[in-house]
Write a protein that binds this ligand. Structure first.
Ligand SMILES: Cc1cc2nc3c(=O)[nH]c(=O)nc-3n(C[C@H](O)[C@H](O)[C@H](O)COP(=O)(O)O)c2cc1C
Length: 401
């Protein structure tokens, strides 16, 4: 997901984690952002401005009074063009200064002129972090609407173990992308997504499943969150990292998935069912491993609950239900029949045969089947497919439908 031409201020202070900020600056720049890095004087003890200049291809700021007249007052100009500020690492000293309106260097002076959203990643020794002065200062900043990113726990550079580590660069970049990549058109909506494969156990060690990796469902959950929704993700077996800031409910088999979905569905405005749920489960499941000598050569299966159909029957006013359908033949006619039979508002028809589509791929090519007709999307990354799915849902969704 790109953040083309977004202006980001990356404020770096005198903490041992300052080296991680180089990775943040580099990654954001590669995603298309214009990153204005401001280093405090003490940050320069830990990392050189040249590192950031080289990575961002932009001037780096360290001094409010730097004398190369360009016609603008730097700390005001940078603050006014910012779409977002990330302070990482934020020292105890910076947090204290921000809380009390002190503006005695380039970073703190700029911060007083910023009106864009501010994300703060405190990083310090755990005793410093737990100190009431720091905690009260953080409370002041929270009350002013700044976002405080919870530090990670673990072994700290000073040798102690506890809370105070700066989260890894990827996690901080993910926050920036989530905030800036997409318009918040799903703000205020609750989105329920199912993802991954179910596993129907035959005995303690064997199961019936499918090759779903959960990539499409995780892309939907991540994109819905980026578009401002509150997201719950019910997921079976997945082989993809989970998105941040999403409520995750883990399940194993179709019955558990059905229970979780039925429990969450009444609260949801939009339900997107990408999970590959088994249609059958063994009639009997052995609790222990079945040995070769005891094994029956035939297994009896019974149908599982049809989750989409049940949700369609219970659909309330203002709820939008989107199912997925993967077929080897007659894809579109089967998708349309499924949409009608299950009272779904949309079926995303997924061809398993087209190259670059279906299980495990990072790309997908789908057709959105609705009452209004079919919209074939070109093969593209699964996150872009997810954006198109939610754009279509927003086009069709109405509180009274
Ligand atoms: C080796 C070393 C590591 C430090 N690490 C941190 C840190 O992780 N967090 C912190 O708040 N202060 C840390 N400090 C102390 C700050 O550098 C000090 O409070 C300084 O005044 C911060 O200035 P600044 O906020 O203007 O960058 C460290 C100091 C040293 C010598």
């Amino acid at each position: 997901m790109r953040i083309e031409n977004k202006h980001i201020i990356l404020g770096v202070t005198g903490s041992i984690s300052a080296y991680k900020s180089a990775m943040i600056a580099s990654h954001l720049t590669q995603l298309g952002a214009r990153v204005d890095v401001i280093l405090t004087k003490n940050a320069c003890q830990f990392i050189a401005p040249l590192t950031f200049e080289t990575l961002t291809h932009r001037r780096v700021y360290t001094d409010t009074f730097e004398h190369d007249f360009t016609g603008e007052v730097a700390h005001i100009a940078i603050a006014r063009r910012a779409d977002l500020v990330l302070l990482a690492p934020a020292s105890a000293n910076l947090i204290g200064k921000l809380a009390h309106g002190i503006a005695d260097d380039m970073l703190t002076s700029t911060m007083l002129a910023v009106t864009a959203p501010i994300w703060i990643a405190p990083a310090m020794n755990s005793f410093m972090f737990e100190n009431p002065a720091v905690q009260e200062n953080l409370d002041i900043l929270r009350r002013r609407g700044m976002h405080i990113i919870e530090p990670a726990s673990g072994v700290l550079a000073c040798g102690t173990t506890g809370r105070g580590r700066m989260p890894e660069p990827d996690a901080l970049v993910e926050i920036v992308v989530r905030e800036l990549a997409l318009d918040k058109t799903l703000y205020g909506k609750r989105v329920l997504v199912s993802a991954g494969a179910t596993r129907e156990y035959l005995d303690a060690v064997r199961f019936l499943s499918n090759p779903s990796t959960g990539k499409m469902g995780i892309a939907c959950a991540r994109v819905a969150r980026m578009m401002g929704a509150t997201v719950t993700l019910v997921c079976g077996h997945i082989e993809t990292p989970l998105p941040d800031d999403v409520q995750v409910i883990r399940v194993t088999n179709a019955e558990e998935m059905a229970k979780a979905m039925f429990l969450q569905a009444p609260e949801a405005d939009i339900i997107v069912m990408t999970a590959a749920v088994s249609d059958f489960t063994p009639r009997v499941r052995a609790n222990e491993k079945v040995h070769k000598t005891d094994a029956a050569t035939q297994v009896d299966f019974v149908p599982t609950t049809d989750i989409l159909k049940t949700l369609g029957t219970q659909k309330r006013k203002g709820q939008f239900i989107c199912g997925f359908c993967m077929e080897t033949d007659d894809l579109l006619s089967r998708a349309e029949s499924k949409r009608v039979a299950k009272n779904a508002d949309m079926i995303v028809a997924n061809s398993i045969k087209a190259p670059g589509c279906g299980f495990g791929h990072d790309t997908n090519g789908v057709t959105l089947v609705t009452q209004q007709g079919c919209l074939a999307l070109p093969i593209c990354p699964k996150e872009e497919v997810a954006v198109k799915i939610f754009e279509k849902i927003l086009e069709l969704w109405s509180p009274n439908s």
